[in-house]
Design a protein around this ligand. Structure first.
Ligand code: SAH
Length: 262
């Protein structure tokens, strides 16, 4: 039976694709990739004769139609190759439902999402003991309305780490909303453009007040992750609260605490 795989290609660097994805690509009969974001390099492992098409310019119906068409051959392995992880802003369910209706078997392979690649590029941690232990993946309201309770002005009130997708052209609103949520104009912000792309990655360090202008100067207006977090820049702090995981006084499943004299 044919099977359609929704495969996360990772954030851009072809070496950040999973082994599972690489193996599937190598045996795929047809690959439809999201051209605007997924580097063609991700298809470099395809076997000769594999049908490879860019989905740039295709509507949802055309995409699902193509996937269904390619699945008519018995035992075909068909791949929809998507940027980052397919479960984040990837229209996954919109594509899965028509395939379910057509009775086609489906699999999903997770990928490294761009928030993680951006944090890695900037050598930032998204969690730091006693400062922030929570990460919110979200976006700011633009043309796509946000569900109730999920506006940045509300989410920002948690003062935890925020990774904002699809929002680089909305930095004015990011600032307004975070100020409403009690953040300050000198709160640090990092923007990473094309995280992990071998030749194009750019990292911009700024504050809530300066980041919009800095991105404008750098010409960044697409494919960028905005990270706002009280943990940003921790690498350069003279002192940080250490994780208890490596604390000699702290027992866990794999290590007994060193007893200290009372
Ligand atoms: N499924 C993808 C997200 C798709 S939405 C994932 O898991 O990463 C597209 C948004 O993702 C862009 O607007 C941008 O905010 C972010 N993005 C994708 N690739 C990126 C990259 N290499 N560097 C920074 N941000 C990226």
């Amino acid at each position: 039976m044919a099977k359609v795989w929704f495969v996360g290609a990772g954030p851009g660097d072809p070496e950040l694709i999973t082994l599972k994805a690489q193996k599937l690509i190598a045996r795929a009969d047809a690959i439809l990739y999201a051209g605007s974001l997924v580097s063609i390099a991700a298809t470099q492992w395809a076997k000769p004769g594999c049908i490879i098409q860019d989905s740039k310019g295709m509507t949802l119906e055309e995409i699902t139609g193509w996937l269904i068409q390619q699945s008519t051959t018995d035992d075909a392995t068909v791949i929809r190759l998507q940027t980052g992880d397919p479960g984040l802003y990837g229209a996954l369910i919109e594509m899965v439902q028509p395939l379910d209706k057509a009775g086609i078997e489906i699999g999903v392979v997770p990928g490294v999402t761009s928030a993680m690649a951006s944090a890695a590029a900037a050598v930032e941690t998204l969690t730091l003991p006693e400062l922030t232990q929570t990460v919110i993946f979200s976006r700011v309201e633009g043309r796509t309305p946000m569900p109730e309770g999920e506006s940045l002005a509300e989410l920002g009130q948690h003062h935890c780490t925020l990774c904002l997708y699809l929002s680089i052209t909305l930095l004015k609103k990011v600032r307004e909303d975070l100020l409403t949520a009690g953040w300050h104009d000198d709160s640090p912000i990092v923007v990473v453009h094309k995280a992990s792309w071998p030749d194009d990655q750019q990292i911009i360090h700024g504050t809530l007040a300066t980041i919009k202008e800095l991105c404008k100067q750098a010409g960044i207006n697409s494919q960028a992750m905005i990270i706002a977090s009280p943990a940003l820049g921790a690498r350069y702090w003279p002192e940080i609260k250490k994780s208890r995981l490596y604390d000699a006084q702290f027992s866990h499943r794999f290590r007994k605490a060193i007893k200290t004299q009372e």
